[in-house]
Design a protein around this ligand. Structure first.
Ligand SMILES: [Zn+2]
Length: 302
């Protein structure tokens, strides 16, 4: 019996050698020893799948991992992530992911139940990560509540999120937007320090701090919800005495309220894309994404 198996194995091996020699002969290659042809083929290691909830986190993950991972995101880029419920197809994708990255329960409220079932070894919760890093740096015992969730808009947080993804995937740690580039972008906005603007929703605290810009006036609140009548009245009162350059509109929202207020005060409407709707996913996506946001702010201040 054993002999028969050995004989069959030999037969298969010699057949492989014959086939390989034949194809090598046809291709004109030479110098390869027959022994190397019998080695079992090395199967390519499957590339890990990283699934993120929102596109900005996919932009960070793609820039962090390059070709070492496949990146997919769940919330369609044209939808507000604040009010998104995961469909069944998203649950399937999460189940097949090697790593899942989301902002956190205060941001993607409707995904919290699903995320709670993912083992922590497979999950990066960005708010918790940033809050615990800030906590160990400042000893302020923050648990992430009250932290503006639009963390991807500060390149220093972008780099921190990238480092966490790189570390989880066993990749070397490197910045996705280096400090020199950040300084160049900061300098390009330096002449805008005395100008102000209206944003469609309250999402830019981190961006404004990172790029040393004045804070704008948000039309909607931090979750993208319409504010009360009193706040709207207060905003119009403040606007009358402020040096406002433009009103930003975001592609995720209809922007009707922004258009109304811009017309009322004779201000230009400028598109601002904090979700990277038009940003292709490539290995330099994050640096391109932040540079376009800076360009969009410059367009407002012109
Ligand atoms: Zn938002």
């Amino acid at each position: 019996m054993l002999k028969k198996i050995q004989y069959n194995t030999l037969l298969v091996i010699s057949l492989v050698i014959t086939l390989n020699s034949a194809s090598l002969g046809a291709g004109g290659a030479s110098g390869s020893s027959p022994g190397s042809s019998t080695a079992s083929p090395i199967l390519p290691r499957p590339v890990p799948l990283v699934v993120t909830t929102i596109k900005p986190l996919a932009i960070i993950a793609q820039s962090a991992a390059g070709d070492a991972a496949n990146i997919e995101y769940l919330v369609p880029a044209n939808q507000s992530p604040h009010d998104f419920s995961l469909p069944v197809s998203a649950l399937k994708k999460i189940a097949s992911a090697d790593l899942v990255v989301w902002i956190g329960r205060d941001f993607e409220t409707r995904s919290a139940k699903t995320m709670a079932q993912i083992p922590t070894s497979k999950l990066v919760s960005v708010i918790d990560q940033i809050a615990s890093q800030a906590d160990s740096a400042a000893h302020d015992h923050s648990d992430g509540h009250g932290l503006d969730p639009h963390l991807w808009l500060d390149p220093n947080y972008g780099n921190a999120i990238a480092a966490e993804i790189q570390s989880r995937l066993g990749l070397p740690i490197k910045e996705i937007l280096d400090q020199d580039s950040i300084q160049v972008l900061q300098a390009s906005l330096a002449s805008s320090a005395d100008k102000t603007y209206l944003t469609h929703h309250d999402a830019y605290a981190h961006f404004v701090r990172a790029f040393k810009l004045p804070a704008g006036f948000p039309i909607r609140d931090i979750r993208g919800d319409v504010k009360g009548v009193k706040s709207q009245y207060q905003l119009r009162k403040t606007m009358a005495s402020a040096n406002i350059s433009c009103v930003f509109v975001e592609p995720q929202y209809q922007g009707k309220d922004a258009a109304v207020i811009a017309a009322e005060f004779g201000l230009p409407l400028v598109a601002l894309d904090p979700q990277g709707l038009s940003q292709p996913l490539n290995n330099h996506a994050y640096s391109e994404f932040i540079s376009s946001l800076v360009a969009q702010f410059k367009a407002c201040f012109q």
